[in-house]
Design a protein around this ligand. Sequence first.
Ligand code: ADP
Length: 580
Amino acid sequence: MFGERFRRRFALGDSGVKNVKKGTFWTVIVNLVVMGGIGILYYLMLQFIGTLTQGKALLGAAVFAVAVVVFLLLSFITHLQQYANTYSVVYTEVANMRIGLAEKLRKLPLAFFGKRDLADLTETIMGDVNRMEHVWSHVIGYLYGSYISTAIIAVWLFITDWRLALACLWGVPVAFGLLYGSRSINKRNSETTRKAALIVSDGIQETLENMREIRATNQEQQYLDELYAKIDAHERITRHGELVTGLFVNAAGVIMRLGVATTILVGANLILSGKIDFMLLFMFLLVIARVYAPFDQALALIAEVFFSEVSAGRLQEIYDIPVATGDDEFHPQGHDIEFKDVVFSYGGESVLKGVSFIAKEGQVTALVGPSGSGKSTCARLAARLWDHDSGSITVGGVDISTVDPEVLHAEYSMVFQDVTLFDDTVMTNIRLGRRNATDDEVFAAAKAAGCDEFVGKLPQGYDTPIGENGAKLSGGERQRISIARALLKDAPIVLLDEATASLDVENETKVQTALSRLLAGRTVMVIAHRMRTIEAADKIVVLAEGKVAEQGTPDELMQKENGIFARMHALQSVSADWSL
Ligand code: ADP
């Protein structure tokens, strides 16, 4: 129960909790061993004073020498253990955490990414994990270890003399009370600082992305002024946050150390009234020099524990999101895709309001309709990129919501308008279609997709790096790479979002030829924008306002009197009106 709360509070994995426990244990041991050193010092002083005042013989120097050597050895070994169990293990834990997060993000439903700002997400993966790393390695073990060792020492001090113990230790709970009391202020500051930092990184990103437009419209100065204002605000907020935290932390430190003064005061009074002898006070003064030390580091960093709760909360939030799961087995009877009464919303108003149609294997089914009518949404749902709200979507008779998305996606090739290319070679980008494809298979797919001739002109052919998101290629070339990818994958279902951006005639013909190879014999669902594609489709599904307005072969729809499609076709303005 406590373990679980602790785990969630610091967003730790199971191994993390175990390691924090080990780190805490060794911190306790280190603190006690250091106290042991003070014990040696105390008895040495006792001996000296005994010799000076009563002429007693000094206990063999050899005994002390052995004690000191043993102390040094113990101290060395325990510090080493503490180091190994706090710093070193944390790096493994952090690596595990990053891998775990990446795994989780890979499986999260796309709806999650729609809702989250990407800069915010990046900050969580990099910033929050870094913050947690520091807290795990530098704070938690030390802090909890110091609580325990101080409690043990306190018990011993109270048994020895409760009055002096009280005078010595009263500041500790008061100092921590003050810090924990300021927790909500610190947390709030941490949130505001983070938001200000996000505004700055968003601002920088926006300026970089829009550099061309900013220059073209001569707005450099205005943009820079806005950016400077954001940076200034961030600095001001951060400084304010640090100041408030520093104030509390230092006040706590001072309060704790007031214990030295009260111990001397109380001790002097007790000696004067003959209740204790000087050596006892002396021992307390020796102890006092050490008893606050373990807290020094933890105290300075305790604000981080409070801040880290915000980070841990955000990490935990990602861990807690349910992922789309399902069977690892997928054995459809053929690959017909059937939508039955499908209802779906992105969170607000319904986008699909009971959509039913079948996209048959071996046929091209064109989704047409005005922009915003739900064509792309249908394609996303068909691949389970999102889960529909009600109704059913089946592939070969199997309800896709029962199949693990990863298993399902093996059956799909998706060619979308905004082709994503990686800053790598042409070869690697095509091979993404099927990682274990041989070079010859990649070449064959590239050839079939019409990539051969433009790749031939690149300086290093297929080994040419293509720049960030294929910046060095034209729109048509990028699309052909993505078609080559899909050809290589050779999946039975193809989802295609036809390009709206006008390609030049030569490029368009090449893309069309490549596509016709890709589409042959598969279940094809195409979000169609061009009349040529629509007329060549086996079936047309006209969507309007989230419903199927009409469906049938192009001929059937054309002959329908007053049908939407017939009207649109007659107007010949399809490409202008119906594009995305
Ligand atoms: P089409 O492809 O026919 O242009 P979409 O399927 O893209 O239409 O969009 C249908 C409706 O859903 C639109 O009103 C659009 O604003 C909305 N929509 C699309 N994607 C999202 C999203 N990620 N989050 C919220 N609403 C969305």
